[in-house]
Design a protein around this ligand. Structure first.
Ligand code: BGC
Length: 563
């Protein structure tokens, strides 16, 4: 693997649940052996880094986000040796690996909590947040609204309450305790020694509690993150820290400044992309991007369309939330907490044009994109399964039994088998052999994206054409050798043909736009006003070439081959 501390800025990420990806030992659960067998698929897809959801021993109350041993692998998913083999196999093919680090809380079955709750004077008592009243920290919101009525749960053994921001089976660790702080740094060292490339740090804002606050984003939390970064970067400079902090941009920025995280998910942007395509209007997308301050050079946003959780509507207004629910989750069963528990393809009515449009926009925006396993083939969901399990069903590899995911008689959750999204129709094998399939189109987008440093690293400037159905922006990058690249991203959010008039193109005069996605060459830009006709849901990535460059660039073999 080449050394490059800023590797994440140009990377395409792929979020993958080991349990759902491939079953290597035929027990109906995905595992590390299965993942190792499917590395070729990830290489062909073109991703640079996988993010592995929690795979630690766990009672699976919260699908692994309830850890009962931080230094092991759940037996269902394999052994530490299987883990090492998978990481090595991925590394050998140039794919990095980041893992989920769930430190805000443990499972109630973690030996630390079992000890902690055993008596008031147990040495581990102070590893969790206990109180003789449930009236503390009343300004703190409840996250799992559908199941939890309070952030406190009464424990009959010692007759006190313990604090938890998620399920009651997930007691929060007490970060005011230096032993807890130290122990979790050591957990990080443990996995770094096994060769991983970074952590997606779960539930970051909630580490500390203070009376009179909403117990989110406290200065103590920032201080601990700085310590975490300093500790691990000293030993592993290329290891990255990605923040899961579902917050407004102004709350997120401090996590990227002051030597804390390398990356943070841009949560508020995501639902607005869905608003844009449904309303056929760019206003909401533009509005949130205007509220997103610049971030330091050494950091990067993580942009995404869907993930393993509900499509969160925490970072929208009440009116927008109601609108999103009405438009995208008409049935109550599709809703969960403050969100929508559906996958990308069903959300977009299985409309390939819309799915590609949102990917093209996401890949064009500042930030490194993350794809959620299965969305690249347009997998469906199963809203009859509990919690978020409906978007975590087995990967659909082919049309054989259990979609080629497992040879077992039954799988941990049923494979999607409905007439539209079922594995007979929607699977990797079928799509791999169809050049126009969603999978092959996205492979192409990924390939093009990876060769465009302007999209990973370039500056970002929105363009405001009169036509509100068109969302357009410019990315500009000058590489260390002085080579300049300018890419105009022009997206038609609507289902009808649109004409867009771009103005203020002083910087682009004399150039010839070339669509990186389709290889189409446009008329040269000769005046500061330039008109483009856009097909429904079409997104163009127009690289602007000065005369003479075009042929050279269009035929050059590129970075992608030399990962
Ligand atoms: C994860 C969820 C999980 C929660 C509690 C989140 O942010 O993405 O899947 O339930 O943290 O660990």
């Amino acid at each position: 693997m080449q050394t490059n501390p800023l590797w994440f800025k140009d990377a395409i990420f792929y979020e993958l649940n080991v349990r759902a990806f491939a079953d290597g030992n035929g027990d109906g659960h995905g595992d590390f052996i299965g993942l190792t067998q499917r590395v070729d698929y990830l290489v062909d897809l073109g991703v640079d880094c996988v993010w592995l959801l929690p795979f630690y021993p766990s009672p699976l109350r919260d699908d692994g986000y309830d850890v009962s041993d931080y230094r092991n692998i759940a037996p269902l998913f394999g052994t530490l040796d299987d883990f090492k083999t998978a990481v090595e196999a991925l590394h050998q093919r140039g794919i990095r690996v980041i893992i989920d680090l769930v430190i805000n809380h443990t499972s109630e079955q973690h030996p630390w909590f079992i000890e902690s709750r055993s008596s008031l004077d147990n040495p581990k008592r102070n590893w969790y947040v206990w109180s003789d009243t449930d009236q503390k920290y009343q300004e703190t919101r409840i996250i799992f609204l559908d199941t939890e009525g309070s952030n406190w749960t009464f424990d009959p053994i010692t007759r006190e309450y313990y604090w938890h921001r998620f399920y009651r089976e997930q007691p929060d660790l007490n970060f005011d305790n230096p032993e807890v702080q130290e122990e979790l740094l050591d957990v990080m060292r443990f996995w770094l020694r096994l060769g991983i490339d970074g952590f997606r740090v779960d539930a970051v804002p909630y580490l500390f509690e203070r009376e009179g606050t909403n117990c989110e984003n406290l200065s103590e939390t920032h201080e601990y993150i700085r310590r975490m970064r300093a500790t691990i970067k000293a030993e592993y400079p290329e290891c990255i820290l990605l923040a899961e902090a579902n917050q407004w941009p102004q709350e997120l920025i401090p996590y990227l400044e002051d030597d804390e995280f390398d990356m943070a998910f841009h949560f508020p942007l995501m639902p607005r992309l869905f608003m844009g395509v449904r309303k056929e209007d760019r206003a909401d997308i533009v509005h949130i991007l205007e509220q997103t301050p610049a971030i330091p050079e050494r950091t990067q946003w993580c942009v995404f369309l869907r993930n393993h959780d509900e499509l969160t509507l925490e970072m929208v207004t009440e009116e927008q939330r109601q609108w999103m629910w009405q438009e995208y989750a008409p049935e109550t069963r599709m809703r969960l907490n403050l969100g929508i528990r559906r996958r990308l393809a069903p959300l977009l009515e299985n409309h390939k044009g819309k799915i590609l449009l949102l990917h093209a926009i996401m890949f064009g925006l500042p930030g490194s994109p993350i794809l959620y396993y299965g969305d690249e083939i347009g997998m469906g969901d199963n809203i009859w399964l509990r919690d978020r399990n409906g978007v975590r069903t087995p990967m659909q590899w082919d049309s054989s039994a259990h979609a080629g995911f497992s040879t077992a008689e039954s799988t941990y959750e049923p494979v999607i088998d409905d007439p539209v999204y079922g594995y007979h129709r929607v699977n990797v094998e079928t799509q791999a052999s169809d050049p126009d399939s969603l999978l092959n189109m996205l492979r192409h987008y990924i390939r093009v994206r990876r060769n465009q440093p302007a999209l990973g690293r370039g500056s970002f400037k929105m363009i405001h054409p009169e036509n509100q159905s068109v969302f357009a922006f410019e990315r500009y990058y000058e590489d260390p050798s002085g080579h300049q690249t300018r890419v105009l991203v022009v997206a038609n959010l609507s289902g009808s043909q649109q004409q867009v008039v771009l103005t203020d193109l002083e910087n682009c005069l004399g150039t010839t736009p070339y669509d990186l996605l389709t290889d189409a060459v446009f008329e040269p830009i000769q005046t500061t006003i330039y008109t483009i006709d856009l097909e429904p849901y079409r997104c163009l990535w127009l690289q602007l070439h000065v005369e003479g460059d075009l042929m050279k660039e269009a035929t050059s073999e590129n970075l992608y081959e030399n990962r």
